[in-house]
Structures are given as structure tokens and as C-alpha cells.
Design a protein around this ligand. Sequence first.
Ligand code: SAH
Ligand code: SF4
Length: 370
Amino acid sequence: MDAVNLLGFDLEGLAAYCEQLGEKRFRATQLFRWIHQKGAWEFSQMSDLAKSLREKLAGRAHVTGLSVISEHVSADGTVKWLFDVGQGNAVEAVFIPEDDRGTLCVSSQAGCAVGCRFCSTGHQGFSRNLETSEIVAQLWYAEHSLRKRFNTDERVISNVVMMGMGEPLQNYGALVPALRVMLDDHAYGLSRRRVTVSTSGVVPMIDRLREDCPVALAVSLHAPDDALRDQLVPINKKYPIAELLDACERYLECAPRDFITFEYCMLDGVNDQPEQAQALIQLLRGRINCKLNLIPFNPFPASGLKRSSRARVQAFAEILIRSGIVTTVRKTRGDDIDAACGQLAGEVQDRTRAHIRMVRAPVVVKNSAP
Ligand code: SAH
Ligand code: SF4
């Protein structure tokens, strides 16, 4: 039998594993704390663990992170790591330091099968889902390497956003145990409000997440109507806006925050017109408690799209704010190292021919101003 990577277990899973070895539950808690709170990977390092358990683990189990292909540090302090996940695939994670928090942006898949027009990952196609251990390994590595760098024993990462490469709700089975590790007080102890799953709108999985592991939810909206959203976020053809908003309302019944964040990537001449702001107001106001986060589009060569001007973004935001919808404009961080939203490209051995499908089929904008 292959040795198991203990980074792939939440505490329940690790307890069940220890039981199989004839060990008590509290041993699992000890082990879990060594791995996640101290960043240990060698069983011999785990000094208060019974020698008999250490001997049982040796050979049967291991704690193995991902190999780091590169690390880039931006002028603004943002750090981007490229991790090797084998067979020519690599994924990225990004640390964004701010005064009052440290956020890690984590990947869930090598590539992404949703294929949004404006997203570099989407253009690369899809290779495979990450395993739980590979999702957790990004946090494990980032947290402990940053503690070393800042020479501290205190927690550095206070927030996690599942906004790296991939659609987390299309890798649900691996995602949920990884979220549980992030939340567990014996591991990273992050509050549910500080762990955010961002989704393009996989409606049935939004409902399951509400039951299994409610954390903060961000939904990538990007358009006020189905005709445009079908083109920008193709999964909309399967789960159109009305169904998506219904799922968001249901989610709020159990969510740790009393609002949903809608992300809206501002594309020049495509979704940034004043009428489209009005249509958004019609869609959202009075219907759902939300915050709107406008993201200036981060261009990449193959997209064929342009970033909205600052003035356009500001005008769009003002219309929404005047209507009473809480609206913010996301600051772009780490763009000098290609670490900004939608620029994460990693390395993807595409199995879906996405790049061929997406070659410059123009986005057709109906009803927009000249
Ligand atoms: N698949 C998930 C999470 C990863 S994408 C989702 O789509 O929500 C994280 C965020 O970055 C999403 O809101 C996405 O729409 C946005 N994004 C993607 N490409 C972008 C780009 N080129 N510029 C700005 N934001 C982008
Ligand atoms: Fe996938 Fe999200 Fe990119 Fe769309 S925006 S292609 S869902 S990673």
C-alpha cells in the first residue's frame, strides 16, 4: 500500500486514520497540531508524540508539501509562489499583506473548465482537480515560510480566499476537507468569515456548501443579464442568473456573514456602461443583501479585451452607491509579478482544447451605448 500524505486529512479524517493504527483520538490532535501549527513534517521532530506512534507512522505515512518552482516578491510586498503538481502542471498561490490582515489566495484546480472569457486560467483549459493535500499544502507552505521570513511564531495568514486557479465548487470533494483544516482551531483556526469561496455559480454546490461547511461566499457575476453573462461566464447557460440569485438567498440563511459579495470584472465597452449599472440595480436592490466588488480587468495577451478606464469604473461605482448598494473597487496588487486577479496562469496541460475554442470569438454586446 502507498504511504498516505497526512496533509490530505481534516481532523476527523486523521482521527479515523489513527484509529486504524490502534491509536486514540487525542494522538491525532497532537499530530495535527505539529503539522499545521508548527509546520513539522518529520515524525522524529514531534517530540511529545509517543515513540510507538512515531514508529507506526514511519513508512506508512508522510507529510509532503508541493515543490516550489519559483517565488516572486512584488514591490508592494505581495508574494507569488508557483508550485509543481506533477505531469507538467503547476499552480499558483498569492500572499497579499495589508495593514490589518494577511490574505492568501489559493488555487483549487490545475486550470479551469468553466472557461470565462476574461480569465487567463480559463484560457488555459483544464487539466485536473487538486487533491485536498495539494490545496492544504499551499497554505501550509505559505504560512510557515512567511513565519520564517518575518521571524515570528505568530500567525501571518489571517484570511484565505479560494480565488486562485480553478473553480472550487467543481472540486467539491477535495475542497470541503481543505476548508475544515483552515477553520480548525488545532490547525490554522481561521474564522468562517475570513475564509471565502469564490465561485462562477455552480448552483447545486452552493447549496451543498451551505449544508456542509458555510464560509463567506463570493459570486463572480460580471454581467447584469443572461445574454451577456452567457458569453462571459459560460456556466451561466446551465445556471442562469435567476437560479444563481435564488441559491445566494438560500446560502444567506446559514452564511457566517449577512451578505454575499458579487465580483464584477470591469471590461471596457462590454459590461461597464451606465445602463448596465442600472440593470444591476434592478437585479439586486431589495432582492439580496450584497456587496459589489468591482475588479479592474487585468489584461493578458490572448484575451482580446481591455480594462475599463478609471473614470468609467468610478462612474459605474457611483451609480451603484447612489442606489444604496455597497460597492467597492478592488485595489490591484502584485501586478508587477503577474499575481493580480485573473493573471494566474501556472502551467496547465490542457485536456479540453479551451485555447482553440476561445480564440477570439468576439463578445457581442447588445443594448449598450455607442
Ligand atoms: N473560479 C472562481 C475563483 C477563481 S477566479 C471564480 O470565478 O469566482 C477569482 C476572481 O478573479 C473571479 O471573480 C474572477 O472573475 C476574477 N478574474 C478572473 N480573470 C480576471 C482578470 N483577467 N482580471 C480581473 N479579474 C479576473
Ligand atoms: Fe475558472 Fe474562475 Fe477563471 Fe472563470 S474566472 S475560468 S471560473 S478560474
